[in-house]
Design a protein around this ligand. Structure first.
Ligand code: C5J
Length: 238
């Protein structure tokens, strides 16, 4: 049909009505992707997440070109932390200086190459760590969702925004696959959206969790949705 891209996907072809589809870019924020960040303060290797940036960039460019709806999410808390559940604050029992809302001034190891986020408050809205990475900045007119949870629908206006635009299909990219991407895709699936995950535009600090998360979501005939590499999505959109 005209305006519908047929994407060879797992577990079977995904039909994408371009004007009714939004690209959802999950949490491509410096907090998770860069050195001197929240993620590094918790001991994660952020270079694993950088691997998915080229495919995410290509998806963003193609979806912009096609005039699609684009949404960027950020895991972010208000400066007064009033939207942070005490359970989330306590979780992991992180040392002082690595907790949500803490200031990094004295706590982070900074690299010697001069690339440094600089002092910031961890996962706090408006703090430098909460910016999108420079390669994947939002453009004028693209929706930015600040979300206090892992899922993009919890305590946000995302569902209303998409519904008002007549969006029925969602293409997901982002980090990390098994945490915020998977939570968001499951929430979207329960709300009736047809979801596809772009497999090389998502990454995890734990590569085996990424593979397992994708396997789980496409299992049993696509219980949560579909998965396909960016090359197949981009070709089908041409
Ligand atoms: C995490 C996320 N991993 N964006 N957040 O805490 O996946």
């Amino acid at each position: 049909a005209p305006g519908v891209a047929s994407i060879p996907a797992n577990p079977y072809p995904y039909l994408m009505p371009i004007k009714k589809t939004a690209l959802i870019m999950i949490d491509f924020q410096r907090d998770f992707m860069e050195v001197c960040s929240f993620a590094e303060s918790l001991g994660n290797n952020v270079s694993l997440l950088q691997e998915c940036v080229p495919a995410a960039k290509a998806m963003l460019a193609a979806c912009r070109e096609a005039g699609m709806t684009i949404v960027h999410t950020l895991e972010a808390h208000l400066p007064d932390l009033s939207d942070l559940h005490p359970s989330k604050y306590r979780r992991g029992n992180p040392p002082k200086g690595s907790r949500i809302g803490d200031s990094t001034v004295e706590t982070l190891r900074c690299p010697s190459n001069g690339v440094c986020l600089g002092p910031h408050r961890l996962l706090v809205r408006g703090s430098p760590g909460n910016d999108l990475i420079p390669e994947l900045k939002a453009m004028e007119g693209e929706k930015i969702i600040h979300k206090p949870g892992k899922g993009a629908f919890y305590s946000t206006d995302l569902d209303e925004y998409l519904t008002a635009k007549g969006i029925t299909h969602l293409i997901f990219a982002g980090v990390t696959t098994e945490v915020c991407v998977q939570s968001s895709m499951r929430e979207a699936n329960d709300r009736g959206y047809e979801c596809l995950l772009v497999t090389d535009a998502t990454a995890s600090y734990f590569p085996k969790f990424k593979e397992s998360a994708i396997e789980m979501m496409v299992s049993q005939g696509g219980l949560v949705g579909w998965a396909a590499p960016s090359v197949d999505v981009l070709l089908a959109m041409k």
